[in-house]
Design a protein around this ligand. Structure first.
Ligand code: PLP
Length: 301
């Protein structure tokens, strides 16, 4: 079990324009976002006091809200400023930040045209674990029981709370069977992603990863593709069939929380934690820490 419950921590949360004590940052039970999933969020990380790709995350938050049909009443610049201010106010250096926007409780029903749009941002300490020994064992994935829905059946480009329903069910089922996570197929039966991270495979010195046409094109995914190309590695974004899994030598997940996490097994198909995976793990850590180093240099000069 985790330590202190998330609603009982110390500190402050930025909530609709002001800082409130952590345990007072509440919503009413008749909140539209809670009943109908009209909520979008971000997950971003700070390394050495610098929030990695903050601009990209905040732009995605705004884009997610627009896809769900609402406008966040704070600009990207204002949200960026609050994220940095919250870090300073909370004395955080290595941290996770969770901005979340949702429709309030003025109307209760499917239609919520006039509901207030709320925004809250919480941040908590999250050390940059890079314990290679643990990570290098790789994690074990099961096959997920649910598939990623077709693009015309879900707003897949939004990081929207409702899309995580099938992820939590699938992850719980995998955990119940002793796995860490689950690999989701898409609606056609092709490989898609894990429940909260994108997936890559390695074969003959090249990377292979599914095309993000029904799931999030993760900011970490895009970063890792750039890092791989900088190393001169070929990256093939293509349809990947589940029958191909056994032909791959290595597999890893990418995500803000996962960073680059090696996978050792997908339901009986085994992978080695090879050189390319390890190189990209190191390159990713160097990349995310680069911002902190640049900030420290700016401060010192
Ligand atoms: C379902 C899902 N896919 C992919 C990702 C990876 O996205 P990112 O690299 O932007 O964190 C995440 C994490 O946010 C996720 O929840």
């Amino acid at each position: 079990m985790a330590g202190i419950p998330f609603d009982q921590r110390e500190g402050v949360i930025w909530y609709d324009g002001e800082y409130v004590p952590w345990s007072d940052a509440k919503v009413h039970v008749l909140t539209h976002g809670l009943h109908y999933g009209s909520s979008v969020f971000e997950g971003q990380r700070a390394y050495g006091g610098d929030i990695f790709k903050l601009q990209e995350h905040t732009e995605r938050l705004h884009a997610s809200a627009r896809i769900l049909g609402f406008e966040i009443p704070w600009s990207v610049e204002e949200i960026n400023r609050v994220c940095n201010e919250l870090m300073e106010k909370s004395g955080l250096v290595d941290a996770y930040l969770r901005p979340v926007a949702w429709r309030g409780s003025e109307m209760m029903g499917i239609s919520a045209q006039h509901n207030k749009i709320h925004l809250a941002i919480a941040a908590w300490e999250w050390p940059s674990y890079f314990s290679p020994e643990e990570r290098l064992k790789g994690i074990r994935l099961d096959h997920a029981m649910y598939r990623r829905p077709a693009p015309e059946t879900a707003p897949y480009k939004a990081k929207a709370a409702g899309l995580y329903m099938i992820c939590t069910i699938s992850k719980h089922e995998a955990e119940r069977k002793g796995y860490t996570d689950a690999l989701m197929l898409d609606w056609r039966g092709n490989v898609a992603e894990a429940t909260g991270a994108n997936v890559f495979f390695v074969k003959d010195g090249a990377l292979h990863t599914p095309v993000p046409e029904c799931f999030l094109d993760g900011i970490t995914r895009q970063t890792v593709i750039e890092l791989a190309e900088r190393r001169g590695l070929a990256v093939h974004e293509r349809t990947i069939l589940p029958e191909e899994l056994s032909s791959f030598e290595q597999c890893f997940l990418t995500g803000t929380a996962a960073e680059v996490t090696p996978v050792s097994e997908i339901a009986g198909t085994f992978f080695e934690v090879g050189e390319i995976t390890q190189t990209l793990m190191r390159d990713y850590i160097a990349e995310v820490q680069g911002g902190a180093e640049a900030k420290a240099l700016r401060k010192a000069s």
